[in-house]
Design a protein around this ligand. Sequence first.
Ligand SMILES: NC(=O)c1ccc[n+]([C@@H]2O[C@H](COP(=O)([O-])OP(=O)(O)OC[C@H]3O[C@@H](n4cnc5c(N)ncnc54)[C@H](OP(=O)(O)O)[C@@H]3O)[C@@H](O)[C@H]2O)c1
Length: 246
Amino acid sequence: MNLGNNTVLITGGGSGIGLSLASHFVQNGSTVIICGRNKNKLEEAKLKHPPITTYVCDVGKPDERISMFKWISNEFPTLNILVNNAGIQRRGLQLMQEQAWDTLSEEIKINLEAPIHLSMLFIPQLIKQENPAIVNVTSSLAFVPLSIAPIYSATKAALHSFTLSLRQQLIDTPISVLEIIPPAVNTDLGGKGLHTFGVDVDEFTNAIVHQLKSGQIEAAYGAATESSQASREQIDLIFKRMNQRK
Ligand SMILES: NC(=O)c1ccc[n+]([C@@H]2O[C@H](COP(=O)([O-])OP(=O)(O)OC[C@H]3O[C@@H](n4cnc5c(N)ncnc54)[C@H](OP(=O)(O)O)[C@@H]3O)[C@@H](O)[C@H]2O)c1
């Protein structure tokens, strides 16, 4: 993937991995649009990288996805890359607690429904462009679940599966379907302080960008490389190591 001469939408581009990816695209001369729910966060991101365009959108809501798609089709008809990066992570014994399904299913809406729906909305536009791509951000937890984040892990496994099928469905089109597979990265995912043990976000995106530039369709880093390439036997071992009770 060439990082220059693109028009890119990065969902959840106002912070963390999305913002760091946005800065790579901007530095390489691409036009970048980022979206998120929190206007202030987007404005802060724009202060850091003034060429960025921001758009407030909750990708967990189908009507907001459609409105954003219509707005981008009008304002940026040459958009050629969609990065499905927005995500949330909830932890706890969610399935054993009484909770409203609306709250519980938010992760499914944001982490899984949104990338699928946005891909479907944008494919007719992407297919007409030069070097079009859909980039899905999954997780090492797509391959080895973290039992205290059961819905999150399941959404990422499903997004990995969808990415494989979509790549095959689009094989005769110019659209590349790429996957970024992060390990734990030090961002605010799930709330401040939960991922401070993770790798530095810029170290992570530098490595990923290098892999994407060299033509890899799956870009993983650190422990995510191990998980995403593990045999079933290795997955069972990693699962036990990650999920053992103290
Ligand atoms: N950090 C890790 O350890 C790690 C590991 C594996 C995978 N990942 C994946 O990497 C991606 C980026 O996460 P991150 O680590 O960079 O965390 P982050 O800093 O919390 O970034 C997530 C971004 O998504 C946006 N977002 C969340 N819900 C949204 C919604 N409904 N609509 C629009 N935007 C929404 C957030 O902005 P608003 O709150 O303003 O909406 C935020 O900017 C996620 O898909 C995550 O699952 C992260």
